[in-house]
Design a binder for this molecule. Structure first.
Ligand code: HEC
Ligand code: HEC
Ligand code: HEC
Ligand code: HEC
Ligand code: HEC
Length: 397
């Protein structure tokens, strides 16, 4: 009896193994990587006469470029607390790192394909050339400047101790757009919607000004101390200016300009105050905000009396709103196009004579406090900066 059961069990196990092998193992196909962001920049050797690919080592000679780059969020694309928090989520697939640490030298594993095309099942092997210190540098000098053992430059200087390849097309706006424009639905709850490149191409600056002319301001200076001054570019990639860490300063650009207007300066108690606040995207070559859909701008307008009592208050938001579950879906989007104007109006009936003020405050936000708390970013992670803070006095007679 015991023997029969044993045989039966063995037969069943064998049958199950055969079925598994036929139906599942056979279907375990390795599919190649197809999207541009699926693969990093291939392994790079250190160019001749240099000691490493690290920014710090470029900075021994290119001191100013190095100091500026340290202020750029590019230098924090890996260490950023929000990035690290999101990367650790199960929903974040392998390719998240390819724009944040874009060189293979910065990556611990080499991904050679996907099992059955599943982005959550990459085929990985250890990268023998992985450099953990270079990884810390995020989008580092070598990400943009090193290819095939040479330093890529726009001018082809012959004075450099390292090999230089003149390749201005590698350093034009297509370099920026390669990372700053990714529009894809990756899974139902994971959509990539960075359209800064498309916004620029569709806008009035196309053919006039590009990513580099606005974000890497031109300056005349030596590239290395002791050399002659030439045309150079700031490397702080000035953007929204919202710092990544409270210890790091960034340089700020504002896309929006503000034009407050009180329609009458002195009111009688019978009138109501009509206040207008015009906002214009005057400086950005794309929409504001752009890129990350979590960004937003808040304008708070209030009327207060001399004692600080608030009579009317209104808040206006510029940004996108998304629903992520059960399916990533954009609910609304009132980001401002280049050149677009928008006017906010505030009316207040003030019956008491006296001195009043219209108070306006505009803040630019990286993400909201709820999502910051959800990602456990801590109390010192800067969520917003104030870009306009003004009080305009008026009187009611
Ligand atoms: C195609 C390139 C690309 C890929 C792939 C990519 N990112 Fe990014 N990421 C960017 C760019 C560009 C920015 C900056 C956007 C901006 O400031 O407008 C950014 C910014 C971020 C930020 C900071 C947002 C902020 O407000 O500062 C986080 C967090 C982030 N990415 C997480 C991820 C995660 C998680 C993944 C994988 C699901 C991912 N990224 C994949 C290009 C990419
Ligand atoms: C030992 C000093 C030294 C180091 C280290 C160094 N450079 Fe240079 N580099 C120079 C000099 C000198 C020039 C030429 C300056 C000139 O033409 O006025 C130069 C020129 C350049 C140029 C301009 C090329 C062109 O098209 O004209 C780039 C870009 C550049 N370096 C990037 C880098 C990067 C990136 C690193 C690190 C991986 C690096 N350099 C490391 C000294 C150095
Ligand atoms: C995100 C890409 C990017 C990164 C990162 C980057 N650069 Fe550049 N770099 C550029 C571009 C674009 C130019 C300008 C090309 C042109 O003249 O049109 C440039 C120009 C230069 C030049 C030539 C002179 C000048 O200022 O125009 C030097 C030298 C240089 N970079 C050094 C560095 C060093 C050193 C680092 C790291 C500390 C670095 N770069 C990081 C994109 C980058
Ligand atoms: C390898 C991918 C990559 C390339 C190439 C690249 N960027 Fe970025 N850029 C990023 C990522 C990722 C961030 C966000 C880093 C973070 O928030 O931690 C970023 C941030 C920025 C920001 C700051 C956004 C803010 O927070 O205000 C600006 C501005 C910017 N990039 C401009 C440029 C320009 C101009 C170029 C071309 C010269 C360029 N980038 C090339 C990936 C890239
Ligand atoms: C006409 C000048 C101009 C051009 C052209 C331009 N930008 Fe900007 N960009 C700005 C200004 C100004 C801001 C600041 C917007 C703000 O936060 O108020 C900005 C902000 C950004 C940000 C931060 C987004 C945010 O909402 O905080 C990124 C990323 C960026 N630019 C990338 C690019 C890229 C990539 C290109 C090329 C495709 C480009 N920019 C072309 C002027 C320009």
């Amino acid at each position: 009896m015991g023997k029969k059961v044993l045989i039966l069990v063995s037969v069943l196990v064998f049958a199950a193994a055969v079925i598994y092998a036929v139906f599942f193992y056979e279907k375990r196909e390795i599919t190649p990587l197809t999207n541009s962001w699926d693969t990093p920049i291939p392994h790079q050797e250190v160019p001749q006469n240099l000691v490493s690919l690290k920014a710090e080592d470029c900075g021994v000679c290119h001191k100013e470029h190095y100091k500026e780059w340290k202020l750029a969020t590019h230098a924090h694309a890996w260490t950023d607390l929000q990035f690290q928090a999101e990367l650790k989520k199960e929903s974040s697939p392998f390719m998240c790192i390819n724009c944040h640490i874009p060189l293979q030298n910065q990556q611990e594993f080499i991904v050679t394909g996907l099992i059955n095309g599943d982005i959550y099942q990459p085929v990985k092997e250890k990268n023998p050339h992985f450099d953990p210190i270079l990884r810390e540098e995020g989008i580092t000098c070598a990400s943009c400047h090193v290819r095939n053992g040479e330093i890529i430059g726009a001018n082809g200087s012959e004075l450099a101790p390292h090999p230089v390849k003149k390749a201005p097309a590698v350093l034009d706006e297509s370099l920026c757009i390669g990372c700053h424009n990714a529009n894809a639905v990756i899974t139902p709850t994971l959509a990539c919607t960075f359209e800064t490149g498309d916004e620029w191409k569709a806008g009035p600056y196309f053919g006039e000004k590009n990513c580099i002319s606005c974000h890497m301001q031109e300056v005349e200076r030596p590239l290395v101390e002791g050399y002659q001054a030439r045309k150079s570019h700031r490397h702080w990639f000035t953007g929204s200016g919202i710092p990544k860490f409270d210890t790091v300063q960034t340089t700020i650009q504002n896309g929006l300009e503000f034009y407050p207007r009180i329609l009458t300066k002195t009111l009688s108690a019978k009138d109501s105050l009509n206040f207008e606040f015009m906002v214009k995207n005057e400086n950005a070559g794309h929409r504001v905000p752009s890129g990350d859909p979590e960004r937003f701008i808040l304008t708070e307008i209030s009327v207060i009396n001399s004692k600080g009592a608030v009579f009317v208050k209104d808040t206006f938001r510029i940004g996108e709103e998304w629903e992520w579950y059960p399916e990533a879906k954009k609910i609304s989007d009132n980001n401002m196009y280049p050149g677009e104007e928008r006017t906010y109006a505030l009316n207040a009936k003030l019956t008491q004579p006296g001195d009043y003020r219209v108070k306006i405050k505009v803040t630019k936000h990286r993400l909201n406090a709820k999502n910051a708390a959800y990602n456990k970013l801590g109390d010192n992670y800067p969520l917003f900066i104030t870009i306009y803070d003004k009080e305009i006095p008026f009187a009611v007679k």
